[in-house]
Each structure stands twice: as C-alpha cells, then as structure tokens.
Ligand binder design. Structure first.
Ligand code: ADP
Ligand code: MG
Length: 644
C-alpha cells in the first residue's frame, strides 16, 4: 500500500498513470490531492414519523395514524473507523445494517442529522469538500432516455473545469467509456426500471463513470457491484482498489457478497451487525484471526466475507454459541474489549499534530485547486442543461401520443361545432369554454411532473454543485417552451376555422395569443405545485382539485354564485381566459345585440354585463401576466427550499 509522504510530493504525482489490469484499466489524468478520512462514534437515529408524513398532502392526511411522532429507531450506533489516501475500505454487513446510511454520512449527505464527526484531512467536512467527493448511490440516478455516451459527455461538460476545452471534456468522457468497457452500449439509452435500456451492470458502470470522470480525491460507492456477474464484480472491485493504490485515491465502498479474491483487494474492512453496530474494523487480512481469537472460527475453509456476513447475522459455525442474539452480543462485547481501543488509538495517532498539519496543508492546497477548478459559467450551464433536457425529453415532447391527443380533440370539437352560428351564443360560449378547459387541464397536468420526475437527479447534482438553481430552472422553462407553444397553435389553427369563429385574421391572432398565454399560466400552476410537493401523485391530485375549482368558478357552469364564493373566480385563470376569448368573439356592444336575440332562451345577460363592465380586457391580461410570473416565482422558491 502506498502511503503518501508529503503534500508537495502528492501533487507532483505522475499525471498519466495507467493501471492496466487487462480487465479494466483506470487512468488518472489529473492531479489528485490526497485525502485521509476518519469517522468517530457515528450514530444515526431516525425519528419514526407517522406512517404518512413528508409531503403536503400526506401531512394533511396524517391525522389518524397510529405511531406517535416521538418514536425513534437506531440505525447506526457508535461506528468508528478511518481510511487513508491510497486505501480501499470495504463496508460489509447484511442488508438493512446501515451500510448505505454510513456511506451517506461519510459523503456528507446527511449532515446535521447524525452524531459523531467525519473528518477529511483533519477537518470537518465543508460544503466545498462535500462537492468534491465522488458519490455513487445505491440506486442509479440517471436520466433514462439519454444514451450512455450522452450521459457521460453532459456530465463532463458540466463538471470538468472551465479551463478545459469542450473537445478535451468530450475526450475525457470517451476515455471513461473505454476504461469501463462501455463501448458496446455507448449509444444505447440508459433506461430505468420502467424503460428498457442497457443492462443493470452497465448502468451501474455508467454511474461509476460519472464520478470517476472528475477524478475525485475521495470516491464513495454504495454497492458498485450489485447487478454485476461475479467476474464483472471482481473487475470493478480490483479496478477500484487499483485506483486507490496506484492513484492515491481514497475509496470507500459497500460491497455486497464479495468473492474471496475481491476480498483480498480490500485494505480495511468494516463489518456492521444487523443492528448497525460495528463488530469489526481493521485490516481485511487480520479479520479471520481476530474472530478466531474471539472464539469464532470456521470449521472448514470459507470465503472470509461469507463467514463475516453470517456472523453479523448471528450465525456462527458450531453449536456452542447458542442463538443468534448470543452470538451478536458476544461479538459486540469482544469488539468493545479488544478492538475499539485499538481503533481509537490508531485514529488518535493519525490525528497527531504534524499529520493534521500536513492534512491542513493538503486541505488548503485542495481549496486553492478548487479555485482554479472553477465551474463553468452560468450561460454555459444553461446551454448544456437545455441541450441535455431537450435530449432527455425528445421522446416525450413531441411524442406522437401527445400530438394525437391534441389533434383528436381539435378535430372532434371542430366537427361538433362545425361552422357554428355566431348568433347561437350558448353553443359558442360552450366552445370557448371547452377550449379553456382542455388547455387548462392539459398544460397543468403535463407540467406537474416536471420537477418531481427530476427530483433524485436534481438533488444529487445540486449536492455535488454541478450547476446553479437558476440555470437549471431557466433551462427547464426554455426547454418546455417549444412544445407549449406549438401544440396549442396547431389546435387553434384547426378548431378556429372548422368551428367558423369570427373570420378575421386579427381575431384569430388574438385568440391564439390569449390561449398561448393561458397555457403558460396553467403550466406555471403545474410547475409550482410540482415543485412544492415534489411527489408526482400527490401533486397531480392537487392539480386536479385546483383546476376543478378554477373551472367551476370560471363563469360558464354557474352564473349566480353565492356572494361568499364569488371572489374565488378572481383567482381562476380560466375565468380570465374565458372572458378574453368571449371578448374577442363578441366585441363589447355587439354582444348585447347578439344576446338580445337569444336572451329569452338563455341567461346570457350577465355574461354580457361582465364582459362589458367589471372585468375589462386589461384587467384580465394583467391578471394572467401576474399569475404567469407569480407561479414561476413560487416554483423557484419551492425548489430553493429543497435540501441538498
Ligand atoms: P443497508 O444499505 O445496509 O441495506 P440502509 O443504510 O439502507 O442499510 O438502512 C439501514 C436501516 O435503516 C434499514 O432498516 C432501513 O429500513 C432504515 N432506514 C434508513 N433510512 C431510512 C428512512 N429514511 N426511513 C425509514 N427507514 C430508514
Ligand atoms: Mg444499502
């Protein structure tokens, strides 16, 4: 194992270093600043929330849940350990033992919610340090509709420093594709649980590639080998260990069922019991001796990892240990007696004055490097995100189903209202209201998924500081724009002339403008609710309720609204849109004369009154403009509140 001796030396590391394991070479092409990590007495308790909690709707519905909000569950208890630059630490333990939780804590993803300290180069994790930790979460957080190559290239464009040219960044992405053996599937879409894409193992490697790309000093991986066959899993483990030993990187990985050969590659091993307590921390090769000393030894040769997992579950070979709880108890006792003091001692000596000094220097150097390593400009972030968003959603924006939906509605309505008579006010109002309903619901419903859908990726990327919220937000808005404008335009083109609405180009253009504005406002409502609730199902329920209220109060269904409810209509954008559309078809005074012919048949008098008086076009337009801006600000603020 190579231990870096001084920071000066470490930064002069040979920059192009190729570790060819003939299976998976990993090349280090940038300087790495070494980083030692210690974590002491990490405990994590989870407040058991009432079953339905988190999320607005859930909170509203959570009145009659059984669990009291004060219940606590211990996930991790007093876990201590360390890992130095150039080493690979493996976290082993049965599922549910808290491996992922521990890795999240080490990666700074649960800051402020656990007890104990995590130190990197002798200092507590700062936000800047957290951003430089490469973290591969247990579940792949990737855009399913991008290809493998696109995923890595966009990542490179966003994350590599602005001192690199675009071509260099693309080359870096290509290199990672080669290093991870992804050439064959480079142009297939990544896919997800619902979308057929590359295989699970390939997807896993894409996740790893995204992090390796920026050459982080610390690489934390949660089950990097899940979904891989044993040979591929072994390759990944060996490559990771090589990138630690040869590249001076600090690697921490939770590994599920490592083969005995993979086990040899671990420098240190931390074994968690099923209850989240540490039962072994130390050199991988000394584990079996330690357990033998504690009274547990296998009766026949076994894979040490399998043996340890059994122990962590309380299953010991031999009958003299009794039931699992006894086994676990005696493991914990001997850890506290035999190992814990040694571990603390090791950490203390690692934290002696001069090593901390060295670490601090490294830290300073790291910060200096980070300054050089400034991220790309706002405008570049915006264009890359816009480009990526368009690529990711090319399948949905203009997908044929959506076009079919809109066209079918347009033609159906067009035939239903075929060359309708301008004097048939009731029918005409019906048509105008139908247009308002259709687009209000269609636009708000489609946009409500925008942010919830992106949630996991958004949080991950924001945590690693890939871009600013405003560039993401603006890119999202701009990316959705073409679809929001083209579909309603097509719709109006068809229905306007089929239904024989006022045959003037001016009136047509006004109708189109009102509808486009209205669609953007409705979209804003969906975005704001989506961002505030961040759960697609709940948010779409809220949209349903809100749109229902807006449609009911828009003035078509009920004319004589009780005074107490009448104000509601002023919050309804459908109300304003409907008024404007009527105003375009029946200009002020004309309305009365048309209505004069019809008045005895319908109660349209009040509509005419309102069109003329109370709500002038200017008020309606201003209200729509206000809502257009307001909903978007709400959405932005809601996103800002999301903890990263
Ligand atoms: P591992 O990765 O070892 O399988 P985890 O760290 O994912 O384990 O989880 C450890 C335990 O903590 C599990 O029993 C899990 O159910 C629980 N847990 C972790 N996070 C949460 C959470 N946010 N809500 C409820 N339970 C949680
Ligand atoms: Mg896990």
């Amino acid at each position: 194992m190579s231990t870096p001796s001084s920071p000066q030396e470490s930064t002069r590391l040979p920059v192009s270093l190729q570790v060819n394991l003939d299976l998976m070479p990993i090349k280090i092409y940038r300087k790495i600043i070494f980083c030692d990590m210690q974590f002491v007495d990490i405990s994590y308790r989870l407040k058991l929330a009432p079953r339905l909690k988190s999320g607005l709707l859930k909170r509203m519905l959570s009145m009659n849940t059984t669990e009291s909000p004060g219940d606590e569950r211990t996930i991790l208890e007093g876990v201590t350990g360390m890992v130095s630059a150039g080493e690979m630490l493996a976290i082993l333990g049965p599922s549910g033992s808290g491996k992922s939780t521990l890795l999240n804590i080490l990666a700074g993803r649960l800051q402020g919610r656990h007890s104990g300290v995590v130190l990197a180069n002798g200092r507590r994790l700062t936000k800047a340090a957290i951003r430089r930790i490469g973290f591969v979460p247990q579940d792949d957080v990737l855009y399913p509709h991008l290809t493998v190559r696109e995923t890595l290239v966009f990542s490179a464009l966003l994350r590599l420093p602005r001192t690199m040219t675009r071509a260099e960044k693309v080359a870096a992405a290509e290199r990672v594709i080669g290093e991870l053996g992804l050439e064959k599937c480079a142009d297939s879409i990544v896919g997800s649980a619902y979308v057929r894409g590359v295989s699970g193992g390939e997807r896993r490697r894409v996740s790893i590639g995204k992090e390796v790309l920026v050459d982080p000093s610390v690489l934390i991986l949660d089950e990097p080998t899940s979904g891989l066959d044993s040979t591929a899993a072994q390759r990944v483990v060996l490559a990771l260990s090589a990138s630690a030993r040869e590249g001076g990187r600090t690697v921490v990985a939770a590994v599920h069922q490592p083969s005995s050969q993979a086990y040899q590659a671990f420098d240190s091993v931390l074994l968690l019991s099923a209850e989240g307590r540490c039962v072994y921390f130390g050199r991988g090769c000394e584990a079996m001796d330690y357990f033998a000393g504690a009274g547990f030894s296998p009766r026949f040769p076994v894979n040490p990892a399998d043996f340890m997992l059994d122990l962590a579950n309380g299953i010991a070979q031999g009958d003299n240990h009794g039931d699992p709880s006894n086994v676990k108890q005696s493991l914990v006792t001997s850890y506290n007696k035999l190992l814990a003091p040694k571990v603390k001692e090791r950490i203390n000596s690692a934290l002696t004055k001069e090593t901390v000094q060295t670490g601090m220097e490294r830290g300073n150097e790291k910060e200096k490097q980070q300054k050089d390593y400034c991220s790309i400009s706002w405008f570049n972030q915006f264009t890359v995100l816009l480009h990526r968003g368009l690529k990711e959603r090319r399948h949905e924006s203009f997908n044929s189903l959506r076009i079919f939906q809109v066209m079918a509605a347009a033609f159906l309505a067009g035939f239903m209202w075929w060359h309708s008579n301008i004097h048939n006010v009731q029918d005409r109002l019906g048509l105008l209201f139908f247009i308002s309903i259709f687009w209000g619901v269609f636009a708000s419903f489609n946009s409500v998924f925008t942010f919830p859908q992106d949630r996991a990726i958004f949080i991950k990327e924001r945590t690693s500081g890939m871009y600013s919220l405003s560039s993401y937000f603006m890119a999202r808005m701009a990316g959705d724009l073409p679809m929001e404008l083209i579909l309603p335009t097509g719709f109006v083109l068809i229905i306007y002339w089929m239904a024989g609405l006022r045959p003037e180009v001016g009136a047509f253009m006004l109708t189109l403008a009102v509808l486009l504005g209205y669609v953007l406002v409705a979209q804003g409502l969906g975005l704001a609710l989506g961002a505030a609730i961040m759960d697609a199902k709940q948010a779409s329920t809220m949209v349903t309720v809100t749109m229902l209220a807006f449609l009911l109060t828009a003035g078509f269904y009920v004319q004589n609204v009780p005074a107490g409810m009448a104000w509601l209509k002023y919050t309804s954008f459908t109300f304003y849109c409907f008024r404007l559309l009527i105003g375009i078809q029946y200009k002020g005074t004309e309305m009365a004369s048309y209505l004069g012919l019809e008045q005895h048949r319908n109660g349209g008098g009040e509509v005419a009154e309102e069109v003329d008086g109370q709500v002038s076009a200017i008020v309606s337009v201003s209200a729509l403009l206000l809502m257009f801006v307001g909903y978007r600000i709400l959405a932005y603020v809601a996103l800002k509140r999301i903890k990263t």
